[in-house]
Design a protein around this ligand. Structure first.
Ligand code: 5GP
Ligand code: MN
Length: 348
């Protein structure tokens, strides 16, 4: 991946050496990979004696809270003035698991005019390299956590020995990779298995991590999943499965961030389903998650019809009212999805 002493890694290392206040940021509604890759880098930089902190757009919620045992991460929506102050006095800002500042929600505005030197480490299509001094962009990789792992492995002082990484870095990166691959179900490359092998050899307890990810939900998640599969999931003649969760339903099942993790993948178990779409109301818009099977591009569909993008077979976006949908009822969203996916599969 990156050989020790490769030019990019050397450049990153000298930037780190010259900085004392370093802040890691990631995308809105941080998932396991965003948090894992960020914490992995944070602990590594702290080992080097840096004042390293993670700032994410919203507070960590739901089942991912176990990843932050020391309490809350600083968030732009939770503590805006502290977050802004932190970004303002940073010497260096590393943007991870996020192709650019346009995906950092409320942090985007706070980043304007910041003097820090900026580095991008990401695995999404279309990195916004223009806004960064240094870009590590790799799409043929499982996760940002894996990319960070290989960057750190090439750093002076680590030199390919995972046992030299801080234990917290090893755990965080393993967790992020595990969530982004759905526990080795997708986006697994030879390098991913190599990473896993090296980290387990270095002492990572995989069984414990998988149990923390999978077996720590509230009862409400499974009740909501039952409702969704039985009463809500609809499959079109093109093999598009879609599910809509309005704020009424989210309230009824007391759904919090993270509680619906993986829901969008479930319909793909059905043979005739080619693509799965989950729409969740988020205040004045719907957040959209799209997953597809090989041969169908979730990314293209998200870009064309859902104001978003992502990876080839795992993408997302948003639906706005009245621009895209006439209202916030289930039928408003269902009608839109039926119409645009029909066009999508007719090649329009
Ligand atoms: P998820 O469905 O897990 O929220 O998102 C899956 C992937 O879709 C993310 O890794 C991200 O790449 C992409 N994605 C999700 N929401 C958006 C969005 O609003 N805009 C863009 N450009 N990509 C998104
Ligand atoms: Mn990711």
């Amino acid at each position: 991946m990156f050989s020790a002493g490769s030019e990019q890694v050397r450049e990153l290392h000298s930037m780190v050496t010259e900085s004392s206040v370093i802040t890691i940021i990631s995308h809105t509604h941080a998932d396991g990979d965003a948090i894992g890759s960020s914490l992995g880098m944070r602990y590594f930089l702290r080992m080097l004696g840096k004042d390293a902190e993670v700032v994410i757009p919203e507070p960590v919620d739901g089942n991912l809270r176990f990843m932050v045992p020391s309490g809350e991460l600083l968030s732009g929506s939770g503590r805006p003035s502290e977050a802004k102050e932190r970004l303002d006095r940073s010497d260096m800002i590393i943007c991870q698991d996020c192709p650019g500042f346009h995906r950092t929600g409320c942090l985007e505005e706070m980043l304007e005019g910041t003097k820090a030197r900026k580095v991008l480490i990401d695995h999404h299509i279309g990195p916004d390299s223009d806004n960064f001094l240094l870009t590590f962009s790799e799409c043929g990789i499982s996760s940002a956590s894996e990319l960070v792992f290989w960057v750190l492995m090439a750093m002076p002082g680590i030199e390919g020995d995972a046992a030299k990484l801080p234990r917290e870095t090893a755990d965080a990166l393993f967790t992020g990779m595990t969530t982004d691959t759905n526990n080795f179900a997708n986006s697994v490359y030879p390098s991913t298995l190599e990473m896993a092998s090296k980290l387990i050899e270095a002492g990572v307890n995989r069984d414990r991590i998988v149990a923390q990810i999978n077996n720590m939900y509230g009862e409400n998640r499974l009740r909501a999943m039952g409702w969704m599969l039985k009463d809500e999931m609809t499959i079109t003649r093109d093999g598009v499965a879609y599910m809509v969760m309005t704020s009424g339903i989210l309230k009824e099942y007391e759904i919090r961030e993270g509680d619906t993790e993986g829901f969008v993948n479930l319909p793909l178990q059905i043979k005739k389903v080619r693509m799965s779409i989950l729409c969740k109301q988020d205040g004045d818009h719907f957040r959209v998650s799209i997953r597809s099977k090989e041969g169908t591009s979730a990314n293209q569909c998200a870009r064309r019809y859902f104001n978003g993008g992502g990876h080839e077979m795992a993408a997302g976006g948003r639906l706005f009212c009245p621009k895209d949908i006439p209202g916030f009822q289930r039928e408003d969203v269902a009608g839109y999805i039926e119409r645009v996916t029909d066009r999508f599969f007719r090649g329009e």
